[in-house]
Write a protein that binds this ligand. Sequence first.
Ligand code: 0O2
Length: 219
Amino acid sequence: MLSYKFALEEVRTKINILREEFQVIHEYNPIEHISTRLKSPESILKKMSKKGMKPSFDQMKEQIRDIAGVRITCSFIEDIYKVSDLIQSQHDITVVEVKDYIKTPKPNGYQSLHLIVQVPIFLTDRVEVVYVEIQIRTIAMDFWASLEHKIYYKYKKQIPSHIQDGLKEAATQAALLDRKMEQLNHEINILKKEDGEDSSLMTPNEVHQFLMQLSKEED
Ligand code: 0O2
């Protein structure tokens, strides 16, 4: 578990650097909150048995890819994709899989962008490559997922259909709220530009383009 703990620390540091750099360049912070968690051994074993896997260490390392989990809560949906691009462009991160539950929400309404990445951990005698799952979502998506998780995510019996419908409806409302806030933010940004505010600063999009360009030039 130590390697997973180190991997979490490494990814957390990377994200904090991106966050601070954004803040300095644009006086704008696309990340509201970062949290990390290590999956408990009980939860790992449960997941392995659910997947029909034998409890072997090698299989666990290869197939349970969310033992180290990072959750990033962003302000707006567009920030999710910016943060995702910036993480994916880091040289020592290998992106193994992207699960876009925002473009294609789960049938229960769950929305989030998941990146399954590999990060190298430099130990005293070797380099280990460790899987980390990075979940990126808005505050509204996080609100829904956290409460849904509390309400029934791991409920073992059949969920009554009116509760399923209610949660799906709540997910739709959360998605509408995200779109509304994003639209209001765009409108305010246009007004700010018209008023000449922020004229010396780059827009979040320009910052993103600039950082992507820098990372390409480093290649
Ligand atoms: P916990 O308690 O958060 O650790 P796969 O690896 O693709 O075979 P997996 O791992 O279920 O299957 O992948 P998926 O569906 O991308 O889900 C990974 C994690 O996303 C989950 O981890 C949850 O944290 C979160 N998640 C996925 N679906 C839902 C959902 O419907 N509701 C909520 N609240 N969270 C969800 P764990 O291990 O299932 O749970």
